[in-house]
Design a protein around this ligand. Structure first.
Ligand code: PLP
Length: 387
């Protein structure tokens, strides 16, 4: 049996996988067992920030693997401490809690928000306002945070204590704050799964103002937008605001599972001994991969991300069969005239792997994708849209 058939028989049916088998890769290229080459424009949903089997990243990870692969959080290890230092020094935040995924990072942020308000205002200030069309994860609490009914229906009762406002509508946020005992407002600066939609600057500044006025925490979910994806180290930096808490995961480890919840001077002391934990959180191998990723995301590199982004936007905007292009940096949504599904299938046939988000084609290439590879992929995508 091929592993595609084995997978169909033995792996839970939760993913509508594309008929693509991958056995190896290098950088932004991936290969099937028969040697078919694909340009990877999805980077494992924004995870392999420096592509597949990047030499520098492999070296960092394997060196750590040869030293110690896990200790639990009962002891100190260097990669975890160094990673927290890098994240704090580059953002001005104060403390980091490590978990293993985006959803777990958001679970931590939700705990921080509830405990912050419980300590200051009372335990009844437990409601978190999130936005309609958001995505915050698949655990029962982060599903509740996710402002999309279709994710809620099958799994009720979800964790209570969430209220939903409309993105880019400040009045609806004010209303949600007035009608509930609110501890935090949680937003994605660019809604990823919701269709790669960058929020308006005025809206985000308005949300920040409400948070300050009411002593409500601003939590920014940077799980997809973080770690250089938008051309800034974190997406909130494009908007000139500072969150009280932010979360990130996906691209942080460069392909290994790691997520974190990052707290500022207001929230760093909220969690004390025993308030939260994770067996694998801050695992030295994952953290070593993340240190290697973070060290390479310098200003010069981020400028290159912005230049590549401009190239893609310039090529696609106004192209035949393209209705609109949205997003920020190398997080790009393409509204196509033909159904996105058809475009994605045709791109697969022609050796380009794209993602979708709602009714759009979504691109999240590796941040270091070589310009000539990017240009080749964009041409194939444009040709598919033009048909
Ligand atoms: C992917 C994603 C999550 C969930 O991350 P997992 O690692 O799958 O748990 C949460 N928030 C946002 C914005 C995401 O894009």
């Amino acid at each position: 049996m091929s592993f595609l058939e084995l997978d169909k028989q033995f792996v839970a049916n939760t993913y509508a996988r594309f008929p693509v088998e991958i056995v190896s890769g290098k950088g932004s290229l991936m290969y099937s067992p028969e040697g078919k080459e694909y340009i990877d424009m999805g980077s494992g949903i924004g995870v392999t920030a420096f592509g597949i089997s990047d030499d520098e990243w492999v070296k960092a990870v394997t060196e750590q693997l040869g030293k110690v692969q896990h200790t639990s959080n009962l002891y100190y290890t260097e990669p975890c401490a160094r990673l927290a230092q890098i994240i704090c020094e580059r953002t001005g935040m104060k403390k980091v809690f490590f978990g293993n995924s985006g959803a777990e990072a958001n679970e931590c942020a939700i705990k921080v928000a509830r405990k912050y308000a419980a300590d200051k205002k009372g335990a009844d200030y437990s409601v978190i306002v999130t936005l309609k069309n958001s995505f915050h994860g698949r655990t029962l609490t982060t599903l509740a945070a996710t402002g999309q009914d279709k994710f809620h229906e099958l799994f009720t009762p979800l964790t209570p204590g969430f209220a939903y406002a409309t993105a880019n509508d400040l009045e609806s946020v004010k209303e949600a704050v007035a009608n509930n005992k609110v501890c935090a407002i949680m937003i994605e600066c660019v809604q990823g799964e919701g269709g790669v939609i960058a929020l308006d600057k005025d809206f985000i500044l308005g949300v920040k103002e409400i948070c300050e006025k009411e002593d409500i925490l601003l939590v920014v979910d940077e799980v997809q937008t973080g770690n250089g994806r938008t051309g800034s180290l974190y997406a909130y930096m494009n908007y000139g605001i500072k969150p009280d808490v932010f979360t990130t995961a996906k691209g942080l480890g460069g392909g290994l599972p790691i997520g974190c919840c990052v707290m500022n001077e207001k929230t760093e002391g909220v969690l004390g001994f025993g308030d939260h934990g994770s067996t694998f959180g801050g695992n030295p191998v994952c953290a070593a991969g993340a240190v290697s990723v973070m060290q390479r995301l310098d200003e010069k590199f981020l400028e290159e991300v912005k230049a590549k982004s401009k190239f893609v936007f310039d090529e696609l905007r106004g192209a035949k069969g393209v209705e609109s292009v949205s997003g920020l940096g190398l997080m790009i949504g393409i509204k196509t005239v033909r159904p996105a599904k058809e475009i994605i299938s045709e791109c697969i046939e022609n050796g380009v792997l794209c993602l979708s988000a709602k009714d759009k084609v979504r691109l999240l290439p590796a941040l270091n994708i070589p310009m000539e590879v990017l240009a080749k992929a964009v041409k194939i995508i444009k040709d598919a849209c033009a048909k």
